[in-house]
Design a protein around this ligand. Structure first.
Ligand SMILES: Cc1cc2nc3c(=O)[nH]c(=O)nc-3n(C[C@H](O)[C@H](O)[C@H](O)COP(=O)(O)OP(=O)(O)OC[C@H]3O[C@@H](n4cnc5c(N)ncnc54)[C@H](O)[C@@H]3O)c2cc1C
Length: 500
């Protein structure tokens, strides 16, 4: 079979690119190796619960933002979202709770109360972030593919922000830590934990402009989705079908197929079937897997191979819990981001010091009567889960040991839980690998360090002129909103919308 576009992978990136291109009139075929769509954003059902894989915090659902702009083009309604009063509560090792979100005044008051030792520096830090983040958002809206913008486009963008451009240019090569010199260790850790979640690296290495975007996300407003991210997945699947696109599940792609000139002509499936792509192939795989599996290492340019070697991602260890409504009533928020150790005088280590607790809301409990579905996500170094195991029991033992250490930390940090929670299931990087085939089960994108951020970022373009990548390892970065943005970039490059 031949199509205009073949999309490999049905995560948020592949689905969004396919939905946009199909809605713009192209013949699209999306191939997904699993029996369902969603990848990292898929929910899973167990014992009467419907668990989100993610933390359940979704950005950019405000009017005019990326999701509204995408759904304006699609023949389906957007999923139901609700803005959260506060994005989350950040719990510190001394038991201090800081509400993150709400209005600016309320948040500054919370900072003053939580960090009296450096309140002015903390407030100044956030006040300086806001205009920079706003300017980057404005420019990204006008030129979505900012990382590959031409020199002329960049000059125009800089000229359009006359008041801020010198400040933005000056901070392009700075880390967030360089702006935290007057802050206490407590406040730095408060920043580190959030950057680790939204940028996959702490302040010491996180690019300051990316930190500006990441840290202001919860202050601009975060949303929950009824049914979790799979509601978005279902809407995109429906959109592709209504626009006449084809989706094939249980269809693993083996590699790209090439003509004699080295141009991609389509893909070969594991079954031996060939699916032709007249115009382009879109990979929703990570950058590592796009080259390692689809392109083939022998066709990957040496400089790309060298680059891929240096990109860093994290694994996730997760606990899926059932929680009594009563226990939920004792918590300060459904979303709690906890730091469990100050790590004074040490480099920040997320594996042993933080977790994200995320419970389904009472209006979307996703559990049996009187219960809520809870997902707890922690960071783990992915490689350690892939060392040689003689048999499956060694992996189970490693999982059990991790569960016990996490369980103790969670109960110590959140005594309100008491006996009101039970473990239903766990997931390790090997689970993620089995479900998504991402390299070493690494999830959540790439750490936004100076050598990865912005113009240094892996982009939607590849070493082949008709192969593109949409997903969380390319510009602009991590999270469902960013992945959606990356898919818009791909769709605009292949087939710009009629009005532009
Ligand atoms: C623990 C955790 C918490 C998170 N929390 C949040 C949150 O609260 N808010 C938020 O916005 N984001 C969150 N994210 C991030 C977000 O979920 C992901 O970044 C996003 O879903 C990734 O989408 P993707 O399209 O890049 O790739 P993926 O989801 O990895 O999709 C790739 C797809 O390709 C398929 N595939 C792979 N190989 C092949 C092949 N050979 N042939 C065919 N198909 C193939 C896979 O099966 C998969 O379906 C979280 C992520 C994690 C892991």
């Amino acid at each position: 079979m031949n199509y205009d576009i073949v999309v490999v992978g049905g995560g948020i990136g592949g689905l969004t690119a396919a939905a946009l291109l199909a809605a713009r009139g192209l013949g699209v075929c999306l191939l997904e190796r699993e029996s369902r769509a969603g990848g990292c954003a898929a929910t899973f059902e167990h014992s009467g619960y419907r668990f989100e894989t993610g933390a359940g915090l979704y950005a950019a659902w405000q009017p005019g933002e990326i999701h509204e702009r995408i759904f304006a083009e699609l023949p389906v309604a957007a999923p139901e979202v609700r803005e959260l009063e506060h994005a989350y509560v950040m719990r510190l090792p001394d038991g201090t709770d800081v509400r993150v979100g709400g209005g600016v005044e309320e948040f500054e008051e919370a900072l003053r109360a939580a960090f009296p030792e450096c309140a002015d520096a903390a407030i100044r830090f956030y006040r300086e972030l806001a205009p920079i983040a706003d300017a980057i958002r404005r420019t990204a809206r006008r030129v979505p593919a900012l990382a590959t913008a031409s020199k002329l486009q960049r000059v125009k963008l800089i000229a359009s922000e006359p008041r801020l451009s010198s400040r933005i240019l000056a901070c392009m090569n700075q880390t967030a830590a360089q702006h935290l010199s007057g802050a206490s260790t407590r406040f730095r850790r408060f920043v580190d934990v959030q950057l680790q979640i939204f940028a996959q690296c702490p302040s010491e290495s996180c690019a300051y402009p990316y930190a500006a975007i990441a840290l202001t996300l919860p202050l601009r407003g975060m949303y929950a989705m009824r049914g979790g991210a799979s509601a978005l997945v279902e809407a995109l699947v429906e959109s592709i079908r209504r626009s006449g696109g084809t989706i094939r599940f249980d269809t693993p792609v083996l590699r790209l197929a090439y003509d004699s000139g080295g141009r991609a002509t389509g893909v070969d499936l594991l079954s031996g079937e060939f699916i032709g792509a007249r115009r382009a192939v879109v990979s929703n795989l990570t950058v590592w897997d796009t080259y390692g599996k689809l392109v083939g290492l022998n066709r990957t340019p040496a400089e790309v191979r060298a680059r891929l070697k240096n990109l860093r991602g994290w694994g996730a260890y997760q606990l899926y819990l059932g929680m009594d409504d009563e226990a939920a009533g004792r918590l300060p928020s459904e979303q709690i981001l906890a730091l469990t150790d100050w790590q004074e005088g040490q480099p920040f280590d997320p594996e042993h010091s933080q977790f994200m607790f995320s419970a389904a809301h009472v209006w979307d409990a996703r559990g049996p009567q009187g219960k809520r579905a809870v997902t707890i996500s922690t960071f783990t170094e992915a490689g350690q889960w892939f060392t040689f195991h003689e048999d499956e029991s060694a992996h189970e033992e490693q999982d059990q040991a991790k569960l016990e250490s996490c369980w103790a930390r969670i109960h110590a940090a959140m005594p309100e839980l008491g006996a009101g929670v039970e473990v239903i299931e766990t997931a390790t990087p090997r689970t993620f690998y089995e479900q998504t085939r991402r390299r070493l089960g690494m999830v959540g994108g790439i750490g936004q360090t100076l050598d990865v951020f912005g113009a240094n970022s892996p982009t939607h373009r590849t070493s082949l002129s008709n192969l593109y990548i949409a997903g969380d390892t390319t510009f602009p970065g991590n999270g469902v909103a960013a992945v959606t943005h990356s898919a818009l970039i791909v769709a605009n490059e292949i087939a710009p919308p009629a009005r532009s």
